[in-house]
Design a protein around this ligand. Sequence first.
Ligand SMILES: [Zn+2]
Length: 248
Amino acid sequence: MSELSDDELDRYARHIVLPQFGGTGQKALKAAKVALIGAGGIGAGALPSLVGAGVGQITIVDDDKVELSNLQRQPLYTSADIGKPKADLAKAHAEARNPYLAIATEKRRVTHDNVEEILSGHNLVIDGTDNFMTRLAVSDACVTLGIPLIAAAAAQFQGQLMLATGQPCYRCFVGDAFDADDCDTCAELGVLGALTGTMGHFAALMAIRHLAGIGPDSAGKLHLFDGLKASWREIKIAPDPACRACGI
Ligand SMILES: [Zn+2]
């Protein structure tokens, strides 16, 4: 596993001093390769925490350009960035913040045809996209490739997140009803900007826990946050024996 330089020991000192984390956890983050699908509300919340934490290799997958209505919730971008590719801006942010990381971009729309090629070779995937066709394609590819997935979403005042490491998978939770590409909801329903940031940071925290091997295993649990009530709850997802992706 990669050693840490003196500068890195300084940079990550507040991690390394944590008894559960230490140098071992920090080296595990440095050795990790994470794919972040979507550099929108969730992704723009997650990326700064992943970069600050020292996740060694990050692939930012996004084919969108910044729009004025994104600035309400996507803190990586400024008014001057409107019309520019999000993946390039997110990469520039990451590289300016932490020079020890290898940041790659994939400016392609994720489809059933390219998803396995894009995700292959990663240790963990964080999906923050907002349509079910993409989310299920990512989930199915993660099951096939054996890559743990953190699926995070936010709409209106409700946030949800699930870590899937096999069975149950994300499809066990949502079923097959949403395979059609007609479920883009954020634009129609609205979303509280601070909620996407909350779920993005939570996704980064769950990624760091998983990669560093700290805390109890929370795979297969759905974490729900109600932004109006300001309360969290969790539900255990049962594996679906008839699941098209992970079914036994
Ligand atoms: Zn499943």
